[in-house]
Design a protein around this ligand. Sequence first.
Ligand SMILES: *[C@@H]1O[C@H](CO)[C@@H](O)[C@H](O)[C@H]1NC(C)=O
Ligand SMILES: *[C@@H]1O[C@H](CO)[C@@H](O)[C@H](O)[C@H]1NC(C)=O
Ligand SMILES: *[C@@H]1O[C@H](CO)[C@@H](O)[C@H](O)[C@H]1NC(C)=O
Ligand SMILES: *[C@@H]1O[C@H](CO)[C@@H](O)[C@H](O)[C@H]1NC(C)=O
Length: 328
Amino acid sequence: MYACICFLALSSVIHAEPELVIYELGDNLKYPLYCRVNDISKSSWKRSDVPISAGGYVFDFNKYSLDDRSPPEYNLKLKKSLLKNDAGKYSCTEGREEIKSYILIAKESASIPKHSESSIYSMLGETVKLWCNATGYPEPTVTWYACQQTRYGEKLESIGISGNMLGIRNISRNCNTIYQCQAINSYRMKKPVAKNITLRVHFFPDVFVGIKLNDKEISNSGFIFGRKKDRLALSCSVYAVPPANVAWSRDNITIGTYHHVNGIIEKSSNADNFLYGLTKALEIKIGISVTMDFTLDADNTFASYHCDAKNEVGYTRKTVKIKHVQKR
Ligand SMILES: *[C@@H]1O[C@H](CO)[C@@H](O)[C@H](O)[C@H]1NC(C)=O
Ligand SMILES: *[C@@H]1O[C@H](CO)[C@@H](O)[C@H](O)[C@H]1NC(C)=O
Ligand SMILES: *[C@@H]1O[C@H](CO)[C@@H](O)[C@H](O)[C@H]1NC(C)=O
Ligand SMILES: *[C@@H]1O[C@H](CO)[C@@H](O)[C@H](O)[C@H]1NC(C)=O
Protein backbone atom coordinates (compact mmCIF):
# COMPACT_ATOMS: atom_id res chain seq x y z
CA MET A 1 0.00 0.00 0.00
CA TYR A 2 2.72 2.41 0.97
CA ALA A 3 4.71 1.45 -2.06
CA CYS A 4 1.72 2.15 -4.23
CA ILE A 5 1.22 5.68 -2.82
CA CYS A 6 4.86 6.39 -3.29
CA PHE A 7 4.66 5.29 -6.85
CA LEU A 8 1.69 7.56 -7.54
CA ALA A 9 3.33 10.50 -5.90
CA LEU A 10 6.46 9.98 -7.90
CA SER A 11 4.71 9.63 -11.20
CA SER A 12 3.01 13.01 -10.83
CA VAL A 13 6.31 14.69 -10.05
CA ILE A 14 8.32 13.33 -12.91
CA HIS A 15 7.61 15.31 -16.06
CA ALA A 16 8.72 14.34 -19.45
CA GLU A 17 11.51 16.52 -20.80
CA PRO A 18 10.15 19.32 -22.97
CA GLU A 19 10.41 18.75 -26.69
CA LEU A 20 12.46 21.27 -28.66
CA VAL A 21 10.86 22.91 -31.66
CA ILE A 22 13.23 25.02 -33.72
CA TYR A 23 11.76 27.56 -36.12
CA GLU A 24 12.85 30.36 -38.40
CA LEU A 25 11.37 33.81 -38.05
CA GLY A 26 8.43 34.26 -40.40
CA ASP A 27 7.82 30.52 -40.72
CA ASN A 28 4.63 28.76 -39.88
CA LEU A 29 4.80 25.75 -37.64
CA LYS A 30 4.35 22.71 -39.86
CA TYR A 31 2.68 20.63 -37.19
CA PRO A 32 0.57 21.61 -34.23
CA LEU A 33 1.89 21.03 -30.73
CA TYR A 34 0.45 17.62 -29.95
CA CYS A 35 -1.09 16.68 -26.66
CA ARG A 36 -3.20 13.69 -25.69
CA VAL A 37 -5.67 14.08 -22.87
CA ASN A 38 -8.63 12.18 -21.46
CA ASP A 39 -10.94 15.05 -20.63
CA ILE A 40 -10.73 18.25 -22.63
CA SER A 41 -12.84 20.21 -20.15
CA LYS A 42 -10.09 19.73 -17.56
CA SER A 43 -7.26 20.52 -19.96
CA SER A 44 -5.49 23.70 -20.87
CA TRP A 45 -2.53 25.13 -22.77
CA LYS A 46 -0.23 27.72 -21.30
CA ARG A 47 2.72 29.65 -22.50
CA SER A 48 5.12 30.29 -19.59
CA ASP A 49 2.20 30.18 -17.13
CA VAL A 50 0.00 32.49 -19.23
CA PRO A 51 -3.17 30.62 -20.26
CA ILE A 52 -3.79 30.13 -23.96
CA SER A 53 -6.79 27.89 -23.66
CA ALA A 54 -9.11 26.53 -21.02
CA GLY A 55 -11.04 23.46 -22.08
CA GLY A 56 -12.45 24.14 -25.50
CA TYR A 57 -12.04 27.90 -25.19
CA VAL A 58 -9.13 29.77 -26.76
CA PHE A 59 -8.34 33.23 -25.34
CA ASP A 60 -6.52 34.72 -28.32
CA PHE A 61 -8.24 33.04 -31.24
CA ASN A 62 -6.46 35.24 -33.79
CA LYS A 63 -3.26 33.59 -32.84
CA TYR A 64 -4.09 30.11 -31.62
CA SER A 65 -6.58 27.38 -32.35
CA LEU A 66 -7.20 23.92 -31.03
CA ASP A 67 -6.51 21.68 -33.93
CA ASP A 68 -8.52 18.53 -33.45
CA ARG A 69 -10.73 19.15 -30.54
CA SER A 70 -11.86 15.65 -29.64
CA PRO A 71 -10.20 13.37 -27.12
CA PRO A 72 -7.52 12.24 -27.03
CA GLU A 73 -6.37 15.08 -29.31
CA TYR A 74 -5.93 18.49 -27.68
CA ASN A 75 -3.43 19.97 -30.10
CA LEU A 76 -2.43 23.60 -30.19
CA LYS A 77 -1.99 25.29 -33.52
CA LEU A 78 -0.17 28.60 -33.96
CA LYS A 79 -2.07 30.28 -36.76
CA LYS A 80 0.33 33.05 -37.68
CA SER A 81 3.87 33.12 -38.96
CA LEU A 82 6.23 33.03 -36.04
CA LEU A 83 7.92 35.97 -34.44
CA LYS A 84 10.84 36.11 -32.09
CA ASN A 85 8.61 36.53 -29.07
CA ASP A 86 6.74 33.33 -29.88
CA ALA A 87 9.76 31.53 -28.45
CA GLY A 88 9.26 30.04 -25.00
CA LYS A 89 7.77 27.16 -23.14
CA TYR A 90 4.33 25.83 -24.07
CA SER A 91 2.72 23.29 -21.83
CA CYS A 92 -0.40 21.21 -21.98
CA THR A 93 -1.97 20.23 -18.66
CA GLU A 94 -4.88 18.12 -17.60
CA GLY A 95 -6.09 18.87 -14.10
CA ARG A 96 -2.87 19.58 -12.24
CA GLU A 97 -0.72 17.33 -14.32
CA GLU A 98 1.53 18.58 -17.05
CA ILE A 99 1.01 16.15 -19.88
CA LYS A 100 3.40 17.51 -22.45
CA SER A 101 5.59 20.55 -22.97
CA TYR A 102 7.49 22.14 -25.81
CA ILE A 103 10.21 24.70 -26.00
CA LEU A 104 10.09 26.84 -29.09
CA ILE A 105 13.39 28.33 -30.13
CA ALA A 106 13.90 30.81 -32.95
CA LYS A 107 16.95 30.40 -35.15
CA GLU A 108 18.97 33.53 -34.86
CA SER A 109 22.38 34.84 -35.84
CA ALA A 110 24.76 35.40 -32.95
CA SER A 111 24.62 38.76 -31.22
CA ILE A 112 26.08 40.15 -28.01
CA PRO A 113 23.23 42.03 -26.35
CA LYS A 114 24.86 41.99 -22.90
CA HIS A 115 28.51 42.50 -22.21
CA SER A 116 30.83 44.13 -19.71
CA GLU A 117 31.13 47.89 -19.90
CA SER A 118 33.44 49.17 -22.58
CA SER A 119 35.96 50.22 -19.93
CA ILE A 120 36.74 48.09 -16.91
CA TYR A 121 38.95 49.26 -14.06
CA SER A 122 40.92 47.02 -11.79
CA MET A 123 43.76 47.17 -9.30
CA LEU A 124 47.00 45.22 -9.62
CA GLY A 125 46.66 41.67 -8.35
CA GLU A 126 42.89 41.57 -8.61
CA THR A 127 40.77 39.12 -10.53
CA VAL A 128 38.48 40.42 -13.23
CA LYS A 129 35.84 38.80 -15.32
CA LEU A 130 35.00 40.15 -18.73
CA TRP A 131 31.64 39.07 -20.11
CA CYS A 132 30.25 38.78 -23.58
CA ASN A 133 26.91 37.14 -23.12
CA ALA A 134 26.20 36.13 -26.66
CA THR A 135 22.80 34.91 -27.75
CA GLY A 136 21.54 33.20 -30.84
CA TYR A 137 20.55 29.77 -32.06
CA PRO A 138 22.43 27.53 -32.72
CA GLU A 139 24.45 28.37 -29.61
CA PRO A 140 27.16 30.84 -30.67
CA THR A 141 30.86 30.25 -30.15
CA VAL A 142 32.59 33.12 -28.35
CA THR A 143 36.35 33.56 -28.67
CA TRP A 144 38.60 36.12 -27.05
CA TYR A 145 41.36 38.27 -28.45
CA ALA A 146 43.72 40.81 -26.93
CA CYS A 147 45.30 43.76 -28.61
CA GLN A 148 49.03 43.13 -28.44
CA GLN A 149 52.12 44.98 -29.41
CA THR A 150 53.95 43.18 -32.21
CA ARG A 151 56.81 44.06 -34.48
CA TYR A 152 54.28 45.32 -37.00
CA GLY A 153 52.35 47.47 -34.56
CA GLU A 154 49.27 46.64 -32.59
CA LYS A 155 47.39 43.53 -33.50
CA LEU A 156 44.50 41.51 -32.17
CA GLU A 157 45.79 38.12 -31.14
CA SER A 158 43.78 35.14 -30.02
CA ILE A 159 44.11 34.30 -26.34
CA GLY A 160 42.99 30.73 -26.89
CA ILE A 161 39.99 31.07 -24.61
CA SER A 162 36.41 30.54 -25.61
CA GLY A 163 33.19 31.03 -23.73
CA ASN A 164 31.11 33.94 -22.51
CA MET A 165 33.61 34.90 -19.84
CA LEU A 166 37.26 35.80 -19.88
CA GLY A 167 38.64 35.62 -16.35
CA ILE A 168 42.01 37.15 -15.56
CA ARG A 169 43.65 36.39 -12.23
CA ASN A 170 46.39 38.33 -10.49
CA ILE A 171 46.14 41.24 -12.90
CA SER A 172 49.42 42.78 -13.92
CA ARG A 173 50.16 46.04 -15.69
CA ASN A 174 50.65 44.14 -18.91
CA CYS A 175 46.95 43.37 -18.88
CA ASN A 176 46.28 47.01 -19.75
CA THR A 177 44.90 46.63 -23.23
CA ILE A 178 41.82 46.20 -25.39
CA TYR A 179 40.15 42.81 -25.29
CA GLN A 180 37.77 41.72 -27.97
CA CYS A 181 35.20 38.96 -27.95
CA GLN A 182 33.86 37.59 -31.19
CA ALA A 183 30.65 35.60 -31.46
CA ILE A 184 29.48 33.56 -34.42
CA ASN A 185 27.09 30.74 -35.20
CA SER A 186 26.08 28.88 -38.32
CA TYR A 187 22.84 30.75 -38.94
CA ARG A 188 23.23 33.27 -41.77
CA MET A 189 26.60 34.56 -40.58
CA LYS A 190 29.82 34.89 -42.52
CA LYS A 191 31.63 37.16 -40.10
CA PRO A 192 31.49 37.21 -36.31
CA VAL A 193 30.07 40.08 -34.31
CA ALA A 194 32.52 41.66 -31.89
CA LYS A 195 32.73 43.84 -28.81
CA ASN A 196 35.74 45.67 -27.43
CA ILE A 197 36.38 45.94 -23.74
CA THR A 198 39.25 48.07 -22.51
CA LEU A 199 40.86 46.93 -19.30
CA ARG A 200 42.52 49.60 -17.23
CA VAL A 201 44.70 48.27 -14.45
CA HIS A 202 45.39 50.95 -11.89
CA PHE A 203 48.93 51.28 -10.64
CA PHE A 204 51.02 53.97 -9.03
CA PRO A 205 53.14 56.14 -11.33
CA ASP A 206 56.33 54.79 -12.81
CA VAL A 207 58.67 57.70 -13.39
CA PHE A 208 61.75 57.92 -15.63
CA VAL A 209 63.86 61.02 -15.94
CA GLY A 210 65.81 61.45 -19.14
CA ILE A 211 68.69 63.92 -19.24
CA LYS A 212 70.17 65.73 -22.23
CA LEU A 213 73.21 67.87 -21.60
CA ASN A 214 74.03 70.08 -24.57
CA ASP A 215 71.82 67.83 -26.71
CA LYS A 216 73.67 64.69 -25.68
CA GLU A 217 71.78 62.06 -23.82
CA ILE A 218 73.44 61.00 -20.63
CA SER A 219 72.58 58.18 -18.35
CA ASN A 220 70.81 59.10 -15.20
CA SER A 221 72.61 58.18 -12.03
CA GLY A 222 70.74 60.67 -9.89
CA PHE A 223 73.24 63.46 -10.23
CA ILE A 224 75.16 65.13 -13.03
CA PHE A 225 77.96 67.63 -13.37
CA GLY A 226 77.33 70.81 -15.28
CA ARG A 227 79.07 74.02 -16.14
CA LYS A 228 77.72 77.50 -16.58
CA LYS A 229 76.07 77.99 -20.00
CA ASP A 230 75.38 74.29 -20.37
CA ARG A 231 71.99 73.56 -21.84
CA LEU A 232 69.95 71.01 -20.03
CA ALA A 233 66.77 69.19 -20.97
CA LEU A 234 65.18 67.10 -18.26
CA SER A 235 62.28 65.02 -19.42
CA CYS A 236 60.03 63.27 -17.01
CA SER A 237 58.17 60.30 -18.49
CA VAL A 238 55.38 59.01 -16.36
CA TYR A 239 53.44 55.80 -16.86
CA ALA A 240 50.37 55.56 -14.74
CA VAL A 241 46.76 54.41 -14.78
CA PRO A 242 44.73 56.44 -14.03
CA PRO A 243 46.85 59.19 -15.58
CA ALA A 244 48.93 61.19 -13.16
CA ASN A 245 49.48 64.86 -12.50
CA VAL A 246 53.13 65.57 -13.11
CA ALA A 247 55.10 68.41 -11.53
CA TRP A 248 58.65 69.65 -11.91
CA SER A 249 60.17 71.49 -9.02
CA ARG A 250 63.53 72.90 -8.11
CA ASP A 251 64.36 72.18 -4.51
CA ASN A 252 60.99 72.81 -2.96
CA ILE A 253 59.62 75.34 -5.40
CA THR A 254 57.23 74.19 -8.07
CA ILE A 255 58.15 75.18 -11.59
CA GLY A 256 55.13 73.83 -13.36
CA THR A 257 52.50 71.17 -13.19
CA TYR A 258 50.86 69.15 -15.89
CA HIS A 259 47.20 68.51 -15.07
CA HIS A 260 45.96 65.37 -16.70
CA VAL A 261 42.33 66.38 -16.36
CA ASN A 262 42.51 69.29 -18.78
CA GLY A 263 45.84 68.32 -20.36
CA ILE A 264 47.47 71.68 -19.79
CA ILE A 265 50.66 72.74 -18.07
CA GLU A 266 50.30 75.34 -15.43
CA LYS A 267 53.52 77.23 -14.83
CA SER A 268 54.38 78.57 -11.45
CA SER A 269 53.28 82.18 -10.99
CA ASN A 270 56.72 83.24 -9.77
CA ALA A 271 58.25 82.03 -13.01
CA ASP A 272 60.39 85.15 -13.07
CA ASN A 273 62.71 83.44 -10.65
CA PHE A 274 63.24 80.67 -13.15
CA LEU A 275 64.84 80.56 -16.47
CA TYR A 276 63.16 77.42 -17.60
CA GLY A 277 60.98 76.55 -20.47
CA LEU A 278 58.52 73.76 -19.88
CA THR A 279 57.65 72.23 -23.20
CA LYS A 280 54.18 71.05 -24.08
CA ALA A 281 53.37 67.72 -22.50
CA LEU A 282 53.78 64.86 -24.87
CA GLU A 283 51.31 62.03 -24.61
CA ILE A 284 52.69 58.56 -24.88
CA LYS A 285 50.59 55.40 -24.81
CA ILE A 286 49.57 55.22 -21.17
CA GLY A 287 51.77 58.04 -20.07
CA ILE A 288 52.94 61.55 -20.39
CA SER A 289 56.31 63.16 -20.82
CA VAL A 290 56.99 66.67 -19.52
CA THR A 291 60.27 68.21 -20.54
CA MET A 292 62.02 71.12 -18.90
CA ASP A 293 64.49 72.91 -21.11
CA PHE A 294 66.89 75.48 -19.66
CA THR A 295 70.42 76.88 -19.46
CA LEU A 296 72.56 76.65 -16.37
CA ASP A 297 73.23 80.32 -16.07
CA ALA A 298 72.67 81.27 -12.46
CA ASP A 299 74.07 79.81 -9.29
CA ASN A 300 70.67 78.78 -8.10
CA THR A 301 70.16 76.63 -11.20
CA PHE A 302 72.65 74.18 -9.72
CA ALA A 303 70.14 72.47 -7.52
CA SER A 304 67.98 69.40 -7.06
CA TYR A 305 65.21 68.94 -9.62
CA HIS A 306 62.29 66.74 -8.73
CA CYS A 307 59.70 65.20 -10.91
CA ASP A 308 56.65 64.25 -8.89
CA ALA A 309 53.87 62.14 -10.27
CA LYS A 310 50.67 61.46 -8.44
CA ASN A 311 47.53 59.57 -9.27
CA GLU A 312 44.69 58.02 -7.26
CA VAL A 313 46.85 55.02 -6.40
CA GLY A 314 50.06 56.64 -5.30
CA TYR A 315 52.88 59.06 -5.61
CA THR A 316 56.43 58.77 -7.01
CA ARG A 317 59.32 61.24 -6.97
CA LYS A 318 62.51 61.09 -9.03
CA THR A 319 65.32 63.55 -8.37
CA VAL A 320 68.27 64.77 -10.41
CA LYS A 321 70.93 66.76 -8.62
CA ILE A 322 73.06 69.14 -10.64
CA LYS A 323 76.51 69.81 -9.35
CA HIS A 324 78.59 72.72 -10.46
CA VAL A 325 81.97 72.02 -11.95
CA GLN A 326 84.12 75.13 -12.43
CA LYS A 327 85.60 75.84 -15.83
CA ARG A 328 89.29 75.12 -15.82
C1 LIG B 1 26.50 37.29 -18.24
O1 LIG B 1 25.92 36.11 -17.74
C2 LIG B 1 26.39 35.68 -16.47
C3 LIG B 1 25.71 34.40 -16.09
O2 LIG B 1 25.75 33.51 -17.13
C4 LIG B 1 26.13 36.74 -15.43
O3 LIG B 1 26.68 36.35 -14.20
C5 LIG B 1 26.75 38.03 -15.88
O4 LIG B 1 26.45 39.06 -14.96
C6 LIG B 1 26.26 38.41 -17.26
N1 LIG B 1 26.98 39.59 -17.67
C7 LIG B 1 26.39 40.67 -18.18
C8 LIG B 1 27.26 41.81 -18.54
O5 LIG B 1 25.21 40.72 -18.35
C1 LIG C 1 50.91 37.78 -8.97
O1 LIG C 1 51.79 38.32 -9.94
C2 LIG C 1 53.00 38.82 -9.43
C3 LIG C 1 53.80 39.39 -10.57
O2 LIG C 1 53.02 40.04 -11.48
C4 LIG C 1 53.78 37.69 -8.74
O3 LIG C 1 54.95 38.20 -8.18
C5 LIG C 1 52.91 37.06 -7.65
O4 LIG C 1 53.56 35.95 -7.11
C6 LIG C 1 51.57 36.63 -8.25
N1 LIG C 1 50.72 36.16 -7.18
C7 LIG C 1 50.03 35.05 -7.24
C8 LIG C 1 49.18 34.73 -6.07
O5 LIG C 1 50.06 34.32 -8.23
C1 LIG D 1 38.23 47.24 -31.33
O1 LIG D 1 39.61 47.18 -31.08
C2 LIG D 1 40.40 46.92 -32.22
C3 LIG D 1 41.84 46.77 -31.79
O2 LIG D 1 42.33 47.92 -31.15
C4 LIG D 1 40.22 48.04 -33.24
O3 LIG D 1 40.96 47.76 -34.40
C5 LIG D 1 38.74 48.15 -33.58
O4 LIG D 1 38.53 49.24 -34.42
C6 LIG D 1 37.91 48.32 -32.32
N1 LIG D 1 36.51 48.27 -32.66
C7 LIG D 1 35.63 49.12 -32.17
C8 LIG D 1 34.24 48.91 -32.58
O5 LIG D 1 35.96 50.01 -31.39
C1 LIG E 1 62.10 75.16 1.27
O1 LIG E 1 61.08 75.90 1.94
C2 LIG E 1 61.37 76.41 3.21
C3 LIG E 1 60.21 77.19 3.74
O2 LIG E 1 59.05 76.89 3.10
C4 LIG E 1 62.63 77.27 3.18
O3 LIG E 1 62.97 77.67 4.48
C5 LIG E 1 63.77 76.55 2.56
O4 LIG E 1 64.87 77.33 2.44
C6 LIG E 1 63.34 76.04 1.17
N1 LIG E 1 64.43 75.43 0.43
C7 LIG E 1 64.98 74.22 0.68
C8 LIG E 1 66.10 73.85 -0.21
O5 LIG E 1 64.58 73.48 1.53
